[in-house]
Design a protein around this ligand. Structure first.
Ligand code: C2O
Ligand code: CU
Length: 519
């Protein structure tokens, strides 16, 4: 029997050594309880903005490069223009741009396809899993940014989406931020410029020669839970530090991990929690600012900021009340896998050191941007059941695994649809991602997310904005419903996928597709 690359991936031997894990954990994490307060750390890298090659046109080349992540041998990464994360593409809402992307990895077997996560784009620019950029070739992607259809100013991200290999490719670094700025939002006077910082949170394993590995034995455990690594990275640096001034910052949080979820909170060395004010979700600003991350709330979910794979959470943190010299660590208390090993790793993500006293000209308004609820009248309803097939060791949606030739249903342009997402005894949570549309959450296990939170707790106000990826918890029965309106222009007709964004699950076929505008 000839083993295909996909079989090798299943066996967990793809992409380098599946060596003993103990060699992979930097000694400083393994031995005693040394915290980030006790160590030196690299300065947080902030990805530079991509520079257009001509008006509204960008060019990015995916290539291998060497990065100095630890002392000793450099680490081979794959990045846009050799960078992990890639350059930040920053555009104005309504400004159509084209991005030429070249696969210059120099690896004859590695196809790529680039998806702009959260974007409303035509099907042939969506980075469909088999719409490959073959080695040495270039593809031009067209991003309307709301010029056709509708998009909000928000934090999006572009990343590889190659069928069966998204996990290993992202593990090497093939991801970057894509920020749409909305000129209307300037009136809010939120922290901007150098005080608006994207944070790409990921976990990684480095082997004894400092190379990234995508295998953590036993393979069956990786297969089930997804690839959980041991070392947190932010913007491509291991547990970095950022010097901050006594003022507000906007942080655009993105969880770009394979399978790991985080519950984040900020704590000083003295154990004081500093609030994290959530202002935005995947597809734009929330209607109102939501305070999270402190212990005053009865709802445990509100005491941290839970971020599942591929979600974006825009937040403001105010360091203004802290004195120079204060240090804070961004910590993680997630326990969602139920696997004690995974649920005890990556507890400290990065550090903030307050180094300078300044005045703060920015604001943090309570009211941000109204969202009109999508009217459910006349909506087409669908059910999507997420499950695990133990005999096949494959992940399924409505009993089926991904088939690039199968189309499950047709969604009409201009229609409203409600998708009921159900976790059917799969034993694990799934971050459920839809392409083409930003949706609203109509119902989350019987609860309607609401911003009317001052009177009453428990209404998950952070889910009351635009979402393209939402966690489907594992407790059974567990369900939520997306409501979405398909765009009208015929420009958006074509085939789009929907899938679990646990990359291991996605690569093991927890993905299906539908056709949009099929007559
Ligand atoms: Cu972030 Cu279909 O992907
Ligand atoms: Cu999943």
């Amino acid at each position: 029997m000839r083993l295909t690359r996909r079989d090798l991936l299943k066996l967990g031997v793809y992409s380098g050594a599946s060596l003993a894990l103990s060699a992979c954990v930097p000694a400083r994490f393994a031995r005693r309880r040394i915290t980030l307060f006790d160590q030196d750390c690299p300065q947080l890298p902030i990805p530079a903005d991509a520079v257009p090659i001509s008006e509204n046109r960008y060019r990015l080349t995916v290539m291998q490069n060497a990065a100095q992540l630890l002392s000793g041998p450099p680490t081979t990464i794959w990045g846009f223009d050799g960078k992990w994360p890639g350059p930040t593409i920053r555009v104005q809402r309504g400004q159509m741009v084209h991005v030429e992307i070249t696969n210059d990895l120099g690896l004859p077997d590695e196809n790529l396809t680039i998806h702009n996560h959260g974007h409303q784009v035509a099907a042939d620019s969506d980075g469909h899993p088999v719409d490959y950029i073959r080695p040495g070739l270039t593809k031009v992607y067209e991003y309307p940014n709301g010029m056709i259809g509708d998009m909000n100013g928000a934090t999006y991200w572009y990343h590889d989406h190659t069928m069966d290999f998204t996990g290993p490719h992202l593990n090497m670094g093939v991801a970057g931020f894509y920020i749409i700025e909305d000129p209307d939002e300037a009136r809010l006077n939120l922290p901007s410029g150098a005080y608006d910082i994207p944070l790409l949170i990921q976990d990684r394993i480095l082997d004894a020669t400092n190379q990234l590995v995508y295998a953590r034995p036993p393979a069956a455990v990786q297969r089930f839970f997804g690839f959980h690594a041991t070392t947190p990275c932010v913007n491509g640096a291991i547990t970095p530090c950022l010097n901050v001034e006594t003022r507000r910052y906007r942080f655009r949080l993105l969880n770009g991990s394979d399978a790991r979820r985080y519950e984040l909170y900020l704590e000083t060395e003295q154990g004081q929690r500093v609030p994290i004010y959530q202002i935005g979700s995947d597809g734009g600003l929330l209607p109102r600012t939501v305070k999270r991350g402190t212990l005053e709330f009865a709802d445990p979910e509100r005491r941290t900021v839970g971020i599942s794979i591929a979600e974006r959470i825009d937040v403001v943190v105010d360091f203004g009340e802290l004195s120079v010299g204060t240090r804070l660590v961004l910590k993680n208390s997630d326990q969602s896998t139920g696997n004690p090993e995974f649920d005890s790793e990556c507890r400290e993500i990065m550090r903030f050191d307050v180094t300078e006293k300044v005045d703060d000209p920015s604001s943090l308004p309570i009211d941000l941007k109204p969202i009109v609820a999508i009217d459910p009248a006349g909506a087409v309803e669908r059910e999507l059941r997420f499950s695990f097939n133990g005999a096949e060791q494959e992940w399924k949606i409505n009993g089926l695994g991904y088939d690039e030739f199968a189309v499950d249903f047709c969604s009409q342009l201009g229609d409203t649809e409600i998708w009921h997402i159900i976790n059917e005894n799969s034993g694990l949570f799934h971050p459920v991602h839809i392409h083409l549309n930003q949706a609203q959450i109509l119902d989350y296990n019987g609860l309607q997310p609401s911003l009317d939170t001052d009177a009453e707790e428990g209404y998950k106000p952070w889910l009351a904005g635009w979402k393209d990826t939402t966690i489907l918890p594992k407790v059974n029965p567990q369900r939520f419903s997306y409501i979405m309106r398909f765009p009208d222009p015929d420009y958006f007709s074509g085939i789009f996928v929907f899938h679990c964004h646990n990359l291991t699950h996605e690569d093991h076929r927890m993905m299906r597709q539908h056709s949009v505008g099929c007559g």
